[in-house]
Design a binder for this molecule. Structure first.
Ligand code: GAF
Length: 410
């Protein structure tokens, strides 16, 4: 009898194998734990999570992987990030001050140990190696995936049971305190709670999640990375968030009976009533956020009902709003969206994530995927110094998890 044909490794097996081989080289022993957490792409509901609105992301099939072993007798963690160095970086878990030589990625790992410790969780020191399939700084939540993978690792090593939403909140805190980005909860929550085959409508106030199956055989989700810088730690993201808060505070003062705490509680009539008290930019930011919530809820219903045409239309409206009202797009991202919208069979296309570079997401009929890829290839480089976009189709992957079955038992 001949052997069965060799199966190609799954992405998890390949990621863990890559990390394991680096681990052996760095530490001359095998890891005993492996964890994974995905990046994300958001279908619609952008720049509303910190206004406690609605977002509609899916977890990517691209993950950050960490393999590790516990060091119960050590006081330090020793971590190698495969993309940056072969040399371990050592730190005391729970320690918060960062010395100037702390590499950027360590902020997330060390920061997560600090936040878990602060929440009363036991941290078992570890050796670890990190590798990632999520493009760094590409707007697909590479940092949230590192935070969530670190969270699962801490939980695995100490035998903790942590609610995935609490893990996401700790990741958000880490991002605020140690990366200086006053982000909402979307990226960490979808990385923590993503479900294979589903997009999640997330209520960013209650953190309730509604899973919507992505099972239309005709619909494909394509992500295009503009290969253009995405950096949220500058002043633009915090200033957008602050403008939303200013607008909400004005409406709270004008309508004391409405219990307004965030733009989530406001409507267009209320905005109209305070328009004269807001500067032009702030009014535009609020208009985007109020209308984006309405679009997102409708898009979720349309997708559930298989109405791809309307879903795509709402996605493109979201883009126009993020371009003209929220002003977080770039010429390169606009070019990607315009190219996609010119392809027959594309339902809709928009910027995804925080903006100022990064990626687009396009909903396209299966039969038109190749034409879309070709259009990006031929038409985009002239908008980006002759550099192509990195384009891939994606299904919805799984949320943060242990992948221990891939580690031979000791
Ligand atoms: C970034 C943030 F991290 C999220 O919280 C969210 O605000 C997003 O930008 C915009 O929707 O990814």
């Amino acid at each position: 009898r001949s052997d069965p044909p060799a199966m190609s490794p799954t992405a998890d097996q390949a990621g863990v194998a890559r990390a394991t081989s680096l681990f052996q080289n760095a530490f001359s022993c095998p890891p005993t734990v492996a964890v994974a957490a995905p990046g994300r792409v958001n279908l619609i509901g952008e720049h509303v999570d910190y206004s406690e609105g609605f977002v509609f992301p899916l977890a990517l099939e691209k993950n950050t992987y960490i393999v590790a072993c516990p060091l119960p007798d050590d006081t330090q963690c020793h971590v190698v990030a495969g993309a940056f160095s072969d040399e371990p970086f050592s730190f005391t878990p729970g320690d918060t001050p960062f010395s100037p030589d702390t590499p950027g990625w360590v902020k997330y790992v060390k920061g997560m140990t600090a936040i878990y410790a602060r929440n009363g969780h036991n941290i078992v020191p570890f050796r670890a190696v990190i590798v990632s399939d999520v493009p760094m700084g590409g707007g697909l939540s590479s940092s949230a995936s590192l935070e969530m993978a670190t969270g699962v690792l801490i939980e695995q090593l100490a035998g903790l049971q942590v609610d995935p939403a609490d893990r996401a909140k700790m990741g958000q805190k880490c991002e605020h305190e140690f990366a200086g980005v006053p982000c909402g909860i979307m990226d960490q929550l979808i990385s923590s709670k993503g479900q294979t085959g589903y997009a999640l409508l997330i209520d960013c106030r209650s953190l309730d999640v509604k899973a919507v199956p992505l099972n239309d055989p005709n619909a494909v989700i394509v992500v295009a990375d503009s290969n253009n810088k995405h950096e949220l730690s500058g002043s633009e993201y915090p200033s957008r968030r602050a403008q939303c808060e200013v607008a909400a505070a004005k409406m709270a003062a004008k309508f004391p009976d409405k219990n307004v705490t965030h733009l989530r509680d406001c409507d267009m009539e209320m905005l109209q009533a305070v328009k004269e008290e807001l500067d032009v930019e702030t009014e535009k930011r609020a208009r985007h956020a109020i209308q984006e919530d309405i679009r997102t809820l409708e898009a979720k219903t349309c997708l559930e009902n298989g109405d791809l045409v309307r879903t795509g239309k709402l996605m493109h409206e979201s883009h126009v709003s993020l371009r003209d009202l929220f002003e977080v797009s770039t010429p390169e991202i606009d070019a990607l969206v315009d190219i996609a919208m010119g392809v027959d069979g594309v339902y809709g296309s928009r910027i995804t994530g925080g903006g100022f570079g990064g990626c687009t997401v396009t909903l396209v009929a299966k039969k038109s995927v190749e034409a879309l890829m070709q259009a990006f290839k031929e038409q985009y480089p002239e908008h980006n110094n002759n550099k192509e976009a990195t384009v891939f189709a994606t299904l919805a992957g799984d949320g943060a998890r242990a992948v221990t079955e891939l580690i031979p038992s000791a």
